[in-house]
Write a protein that binds this ligand. Structure first.
Ligand code: ACO
Length: 335
């Protein structure tokens, strides 16, 4: 059986920096409120409509990851794209990356698991690679949140948290059994689907179905989040799913060299870090700079961790995510 190794990583974020103080000029909020509750200092928001897109940013991150792997787009066998915020209702952005990169008619799969999308995508890629079906799989997480947020005081509980950006990895088949993806764990609990969701446009709504009536008071066209409820579930599930993966390969928390949690909220990461007995140097956080970029947050963090020398060959890397669905997932990777 083949092993799945990370051959290349890359990311891309829009240039436009939006600080908490910038937000306090367009809604009733403050740098202190946002930092105390989320740790976020600033985020990137595409500055003008059409300047960037989920697929476009994903393509840029993908080019960086492919170059980092020392490959060319033609070497990619399969694309997996994890978006919460696709360019279109359909088709998903995987095919747009195939077109943008000029790769021949390879398969492109869209994985819709929001904050857990990257780890779910990694698990899918791992199965394809282990069984020998594909050699080089391009996995992308990309989000353009800024175009769909309620940037008024009414939407402040959600809009201050989310940022735009993209990250990508090239996953490659290896015969070296001493490294690669050791295990992945995936979970869901659909009874909480509406606690963190964007319900319109939707096919389950008879009257307006997909076409919005453009009612400015219809909040179903904006993301909804039951913040306290999400927080409580997140801290439990993060720890649970990390411990499940460690137990699967007979390791414990002290074996982890670096944990990259989905960048949901700095307070969630710090809570998990303490509960797991990990030192601050063992957990990578960059939510302070980018906010929550959903499916893009783990690959952006991984790309920055590599640039900063925080991950090296021989390290045990743990990825973990929790989000809308609810879904949660983890992966252990021997670098
Ligand atoms: N600025 C100022 N005040 C605000 C803001 C804001 N941006 N947003 C909400 N408030 C106000 C509320 O209106 C409320 O005012 P009130 O007491 O007069 O009614 C007050 O602040 C407290 O609101 P809460 O929603 O109770 O604030 P809380 O302390 O729970 O913090 C937060 C909200 C940060 C969202 C918190 O619940 C949380 O961290 N939840 C975790 C969810 C999360 O991080 N999700 C990330 C995305 S999901 C994911 O990736 C898994």
């Amino acid at each position: 059986m083949k092993r799945t190794v990370i051959a290349g990583v890359g990311h891309y974020v829009p240039e436009n920096v939006v600080t908490n103080n910038d937000l306090s000029k367009i809604m009733e909020t403050s740098d202190q409120w946002i930092q105390e509750r989320t740790g976020i200092q600033e985020r990137r928001w595409v500055s003008a409509e059409g300047e960037d897109s989920t697929s476009g940013m994903g393509t840029k991150a993908a080019r960086n990851a492919i170059a980092d792997a020392g490959l060319e787009p033609k070497d990619i066998d399969f694309i997996i794209f994890a978006p919460l915020s696709p360019d279109y209702y359909f088709p998903g952005p995987g095919v747009q990356v195939q077109e943008n990169l000029g790769i021949d008619t390879i398969g492109a799969l869209d994985v819709r698991n929001q904050c857990s999308g990257f780890v779910y995508g990694l698990s899918v890629a791992d199965q394809f690679i282990k069984t020998g079906m594909y050699k080089n799989v391009l996995l992308i997480g990309s989000e353009l949140h800024s175009g769909g947020l309620d940037k008024t005081t009414r939407g402040r509980g959600v809009s201050v948290i989310f940022g735009d950006g993209a990250g990508a990895v090239v996953l490659q088949a290896s015969d070296d059994q001493s490294k690669g993806v050791l295990t992945t764990k995936l979970h869901s609990e659909g009874k909480h689907a509406k606690e963190l969701a964007l319900l319109g446009p939707a096919t389950d709504r008879w009257v307006d179905r997909i076409i919005a009536e453009n009612d400015p008071d219809d909040m179903s066209y904006y993301p909804y989040m039951n913040g306290n409820f999400v927080f409580k579930h997140a801290v439990t599930r993060f720890q649970e799913v990390i411990l499940e993966a460690l137990a699967d390969v007979n390791k414990d928390a002290s074996d982890i060299d670096l944990l990259i949690p989905h960048q949901a909220n700095l307070r969630i990461s710090q809570f998990v870090q303490k509960k797991m007995g990990l030192g601050p140097d063992k957990v990578f956080n960059n939510i302070m700079k980018y906010g929550n970029t959903t499916a893009a947050s783990i690959p952006i963090a991984l790309s920055e961790a590599k640039q900063e020398g925080r991950v090296k060959e021989g390290d045990l890397l743990c990825l973990a995510a929790f989000g809308s669905g609810f879904t949660w997932a983890s992966a252990l990777i021997q670098l």
